[in-house]
Design a protein around this ligand. Structure first.
Ligand code: ADP
Length: 361
C-alpha cells in the first residue's frame, strides 16, 4: 500500500461518521465500517442500497417521498431524517452530500457523510417542551396579573366606598347595609383567591386526591343550602332524583364539592330573569349522572370550543364579575376522577351541564 492508501484506509476504518460513495443513481457503492454501528448493517450489506431504503415509515408518511428523494439526490444539501436501525429502534441521522464526480471518478457521483443526531434531537425536543411550558406559565402569570388588577380591584373599591360612607354617616340602617355589602364583596374576593390557589396547585401538579364515599344527592343539597342560599337567596332550586337509587360515588370530597359549587354558582350568576335551577341526579350502571340546568344568558356557539380553557370568558358576560378560572378547574377535577363533562347551551335560552362520575374511581 502506498502511504496515501494507508492514510485513506486508516480514516475509512476509524471514522465514527458513516461515509458513503454513491454512483450516478445515488446507490451506495462504498461505505465505511461505521455503518455497523450507525445502521446495524455491514458495508457489504449497504452496497447496492440507497440511504432512503432505511427511512422510518412514520417519517415517510409525514413527507412527500418524491420531494424527499430529491434532497437525497442533491449534492450540497444537508438533511435530517429518521431511519429504522436493524434492531428496530428509530434514529435521527444528519447527512451532507458532496459532488465528487468531476474529480475523475466518473462512475461515482456523490460522497455522503452521515452522523447519528438522535440524542441532540431528543434534547432539542425536551428543550422545546420546557420552553412551551415556560411560555404557558408566563402567559398564565400575565393573565393572573391582569385579572388581579381588574377583578380584584372591584370588590376592594366597593369595600373602600362603604368605609368612606360610614366615616361620614353611620346610622343603624346604613351600617347594616354597608356591612352586608362588604361581606358579600369579601366572599367574592375569597372565592377568587381560592380559585387562583386551586389553579396554581393544578398547574404545578400538586392536587392531592383523598378518595372517600360521597353521597352525591346529599352533597348537592349541602352546597345548595350553604353556598347558594347565602349568595342567591331568590333562586328556586328544583332537584329530581330517585329516592331508592344509590347515588354514592368514590371521590375526593373537596374537589367534587368544588365542581358542584362552581356549576351551581354559575347557573345562578349567569341567569337572567328566570331565577330557577333544575338539578337531576341519576344512577347509571357504573356512573352517577348529574345535570344542572339554568335558563340564563347561555354560551354563544363561537365560545363553546374554548369554554374550558383557563381565563376564558364568553363574549356575552357583560359586566357579570368573574375570572374565567372556575370552569377550567371543574374540568380538571372531573378528569382527575375519570369522569366526563359536557355542555348543552343556547344563547339567551340557557345552559345545561352534564356530569358523569364513575361510582368507583
Ligand atoms: P367565571 O369566573 O367567569 O364565572 P368560569 O370559569 O366559571 O368563569 O366560567 C367560564 C365562562 O363560561 C364564563 O365566564 C361564562 O362565559 C361561561 N359560563 C359558565 N357557566 C355558564 C352558565 N351557566 N351560563 C352561561 N355561561 C356560562
Amino acid at each position: 500500500m502506498t502511504s496515501a492508501e494507508l492514510i485513506f484506509d486508516l480514516i475509512a476504518q476509524n471514522t465514527t461518521d458513516l461515509v458513503c460513495i454513491h454512483d450516478l443513481d445515488n446507490t451506495i457503492r462504498f461505505a465505511t465500517p461505521s455503518s455497523n454501528t450507525i445502521l446495524g448493517y455491514s458495508p457489504e450489506e449497504l452496497s447496492g442500497k440507497k440511504l432512503t431504503d432505511f427511512l422510518s415509515n412514520d417519517f415517510i408518511n409525514e413527507m412527500d417521498f418524491n420531494t424527499l428523494r430529491r434532497f437525497f439526490d442533491h449534492p450540497g444539501s444537508r438533511i435530517r431524517y429518521q431511519v429504522k436501525h436493524r434492531e428496530g429502534r428509530l434514529l435521527w441521522l444528519e447527512t451532507t452530500f458532496t459532488k465528487v464526480g468531476e474529480k475523475g471518478l466518473d462512475e461515482f457521483e456523490i460522497l455522503s457523510s452521515t452522523r447519528d443526531i438522535t440524542e441532540s434531537v431528543h434534547l432539542m425536543d425536551d428543550l422545546m417542551a420546557a420552553l412551551a411550558k415556560e411560555h404557558e406559565l408566563s402567559k398564565f402569570k400575565s393573565n393572573l396579573y391582569s385579572i388581579a388588577s381588574h377583578e380584584f380591584k372591584t370588590p376592594l373599591a366597593v369595600i373602600q366606598a362603604n368605609i368612606e360612607m360610614l366615616k361620614v354617616k353611620s346610622d343603624r340602617g346604613l351600617l347594616d347595609m354597608a356591612l352586608d355589602s362588604m361581606e358579600e364583596e369579601i366572599d367574592k374576593l375569597n372565592a377568587m383567591i381560592a380559585d387562583m390557589l386551586q389553579l396554581k396547585k393544578l398547574t404545578t401538579g400538586r392536587t392531592a386526591i383523598n378518595p372517600i364515599e360521597i353521597d352525591v344527592v346529599k352533597l348537592i343539597r349541602e352546597v345548595v343550602e350553604t353556598d347558594l342560599r347565602k349568595a342567591y337567596p331568590k333562586f328556586k332550586v328544583n332537584m329530581k332524583f330517585n329516592e331508592e337509587a344509590e347515588t354514592t360515588i368514590k371521590g375526593d370530597l373537596s374537589l367534587i364539592r368544588y365542581v358542584f359549587s362552581n356549576l351551581l354558582g354559575n347557573a345562578c350568576k349567569f341567569s337572567d330573569k328566570k331565577h330557577i335551577v333544575d338539578i337531576s341526579v341519576e344512577r347509571g350502571d357504573e356512573t352517577v349522572s348529574i345535570s344542572i340546568k339554568d335558563y340564563g344568558i347561555g354560551i354563544p356557539e363561537e365560545d363553546m370550543p374554548f369554554i374550558f380553557r383557563s381565563f376564558y370568558r364568553a363574549r356575552n358576560v357583560g359586566n357579570i364579575s368573574g375570572t374565567g378560572v372556575g370552569l377550567s378547574i371543574v374540568k380538571e377535577f372531573v378528569d382527575l376522577h375519570h369522569g366526563n363533562i359536557t355542555i348543552d347551551s343556547k344563547e339567551k335560552k340557557g345552559t345545561t351541564f352534564f356530569i358523569d362520575l364513575p361510582v368507583k374511581m
